[in-house]
Design a protein around this ligand. Structure first.
Ligand code: SF4
Length: 306
């Protein structure tokens, strides 16, 4: 029988009349004065009825105390099943719980925080596993390792096993370590794609800064190239005055700080003075009285005689 059919049935009369039993049970579970008016009685099945009471707790608006009572077949005594607080149709509910791993946003991590990475994180894939079998002619193959060890034995003239070689020279682990490839996991193809999409969105060709830039990063002297496949599309900006200093930028990005976009104007050279203002010009206050020629005495002397 479906739940809808069960609920539509008429509640058992004795159970439906046990309102006070239900109220007492609700008041025992709640704080005094929290249980409000009786709302309804709902049939849960044969001789099983749930009584609903309003909850007057301010923080639980729309919630209801639900007290289920039941009666055995051919018994007249109604007994208590359970008492719970349930949300009504207009109850104020907390938002749906979201795991922290889905709530986490870029920039949420602080100093000392640890961010565990799931074992099946799609952004990562196993790096060097140590269990790969290289082809026989590979420089890291077992055959080559044996050769190297044999050479070692000749040089050192001692048992190879006694040498403290961990990992063994010529082994995959040793070569991988030498090449800096000894990471348990590396970026997967998916990880590369999502990183590239994110960088493209932040510092890509479609940003307003790039649209207004005089030239793109690919020709900028401040661009530091990346290694690996990402270098085909990205680099790192090293212009401390640029908007993307220290950030990964698309080669199609650009900004007004482009090294070649604007040439610094040469400093203005002042033109020579028309009048020489640095030297003292000796000028007479009046012409000489006898000859009409100019008196050659200095202005101080002239001033002293007057
Ligand atoms: S200074 Fe501007 S154009 Fe040059 S690399 Fe940085 S972001 Fe690109």
């Amino acid at each position: 029988m479906s739940a809808a059919t069960t609920r539509s049935r008429t509640p058992d009369r004795l159970c439906a009349e046990a309102v006070e039993l239900a109220r007492t049970a609700a008041e025992e579970a709640a704080a005094p004065g929290i249980v409000g008016a009786h709302v309804e009685a709902v049939s849960e099945g044969d001789r099983v009825v749930t009584h609903f009471f309003e909850c007057k707790e301010p923080g639980y608006r729309g919630w209801r105390w639900a007290v289920t009572v039941a009666r055995a077949s051919r018994a007249k005594v109604v007994t208590l099943d359970e008492t719970v607080l349930l949300p009504g149709s207009d109850a104020l509910l907390a938002p749906e719980w979201v795991p922290w791993s889905e709530r986490l946003r870029p920039g949420d991590m602080g100093p000392g925080d640890l961010l565990p990475t799931e074992a099946d994180d799609l952004r990562l894939e196993p790096g060097y596993s140590g269990e790969d079998t290289p082809p026989p002619n590979s420089p890291v193959s077992e055959e080559m390792a044996e050769l190297v060890e044999a050479e070692d034995a000749e040089v050192t003239d001692g048992p190879v096993a006694a040498l403290p070689l961990v990992p063994t020279r010529g082994s995959i682990a040793a070569v991988a370590e030498e090449l800096g490839m000894r990471r348990a996991r590396v970026l997967s193809r998916y990880g590369l794609h999502v990183a590239a999409d994110r960088w493209e969105e932040g510092f890509g060709a479609k940003t307003p800064m790039a649209q207004a830039a005089p030239a793109s990063c690919v020709s900028c002297g401040f661009l530091v190239p990346l290694a690996g496949s990402l270098k085909q599309a990205f680099g790192v900006c090293a212009n401390e005055f640029g908007p993307a200093d220290g950030r990964v930028v698309s080669l199609a990005y650009g900004c007004g700080g482009h090294s070649e976009a604007a040439v610094m104007p040469k400093p203005i050279r002042p033109s020579p003075h028309v009048f020489d203002s640095m030297n003292v010009d000796v000028l007479p206050l009046r012409p000489a009285a006898d000859s009409g020629s100019v008196d050659s005495s200095g202005p101080d002397e002239e001033l002293g005689h007057s």
